[in-house]
Design a protein around this ligand. Structure first.
Ligand code: GCU
Length: 349
């Protein structure tokens, strides 16, 4: 039944490779196509990065963790930008794994980040507010956007800019002695879930890539998708993408890829997709099918792919056996404690 459903979407077959070396070359090609057509060409690495500690609390959550707030300053050819990053890290004798959260909030904890629970799971968490990097609108004259020159057909959109910022947080995190930099996940919800997927595709330092309710142009197949389509998203949020992407509005069938390519770009690392039952705009079915369709990238490398049953999942089902994790949560479009619990369990597995 699932196979038939997937076949009915008529998505392009995913190119795969059986050796890591071949896959990395292919992955770069696929990444280039996705960036060129959808998100815009990647922003170059920075020339310099500095971090200034603004606040430090050695003991929080009863002494289980410490808190820091730092100001990250990044220099690129066009100039310099600065944005704050907050972190809560377990007070541990050993380096800990961590999440980098691309966030709608400026501070932690918040409605979407149950920091104490993350600490209790043995993880640190770094978080930055996405609009501190560049605004979420058509203004390309301020923040990071203002440093990148004129906007052309294939220039990076805002999703690419926020993804770039998550990579700069990783630049900082990988130098910290108290973090196990081989075990750092990138995570985001909704538009920031799309962003997290892109960050994970661009930067293989992320061991796990987590998309929460990212939907259209994130973890959902575009062909046959319910809810938001390319026409809507490029009409309302044209600044998230490169201008060239608009040509696929109402022409999904002409795309040289579908979003399963995006999920596959995380291979051979791990990726997790979360959907919410009452989120037809994102379309849980298209997210689930996208996981099924991305699975061959791992399987070709003799890694476990997506161990899906032959049917759509029931609420709460999580598939942790493979390299792709998935759950469908009851309730609406949101990132909540229950989602974090599943991410933590998957990251540990
Ligand atoms: C809108 C948009 C979605 C996006 C969401 C969000 O609903 O249409 O594509 O994911 O905002 O980021 O909250």
């Amino acid at each position: 039944m699932l196979k038939e459903l997937l076949n009915s979407r008529k998505i392009p077959p995913l190119p795969v490779a059986s050796s890591l070396e071949e896959w990395e070359a292919l992955r770069q090609k696929l990444l280039h196509t996705l960036c060129w057509e959808e998100y815009g060409t990647p922003i170059p690495e920075p020339e310099a990065l500095t971090a200034q500690v603004l606040e430090y609390k050695p003991r929080c959550f009863g002494g289980k963790a410490f808190f820091t707030r730092i100001q990250l300053t990044v220099k690129i050819a066009g100039g310099e930008i600065s944005f704050p990053v907050e972190a809560v890290i377990p007070n541990s004798a050993k380096p800990v794994p961590a999440f980098i959260s691309i966030s709608f909030y400026s501070h932690i904890p918040n409605f979407s980040l149950p920091a104490e629970e993350v600490i209790d799971g043995g993880f640190g968490v770094f978080s930055f507010h996405y609009t501190d990097v560049t605004t979420d609108d058509n203004d390309f004259s301020t923040g990071l956007a203002g440093l990148l020159g004129s906007r052309e057909e294939h220039s990076p959109g805002k999703l690419a800019m926020w993804a770039w910022a998550a990579m700069r947080v990783m630049d900082y995190v990988q130098e910290l002695s108290y973090i196990d930099s081989r075990r750092v996940a990138v995570l985001g919800h909704s538009r920031l879930g799309k962003t997290a997927l892109l960050a994970g595709a661009l930067d293989t330092r992320f061991a796990l890539v987590i998309s929460n309710d990212s939907g259209s142009c994130g973890a959902a197949l575009s062909r046959g998708k319910e809810g938001e389509d390319i026409d809507h998203i490029t009409e309302e949020f044209p600044f998230w993408f490169c201008p060239a992407y608009r040509q696929y509005a109402k022409k999904e069938e002409e795309l040289p890829f579908d979003q399963h390519f995006m999920l596959a770009l995380s291979a051979p690392r791990k990726v997790y997709v979360c959907s919410a039952q009452e989120d037809p705009w994102a379309d849980p079915v298209s997210e689930f099918l996208c996981c099924v369709a991305a699975s061959p990238a791992w399987e070709a490398l003799s890694l476990p792919g997506f161990s899906s049953p032959d049917q759509l999942p029931a609420t709460g089902d999580a598939f942790h056996e493979g390299s792709i994790g998935y759950h469908l949560r009851a309730g609406g479009h949101d990132l909540i404690r229950e989602d974090w619990q599943k991410f933590i369990a998957f990251f540990r597995s």
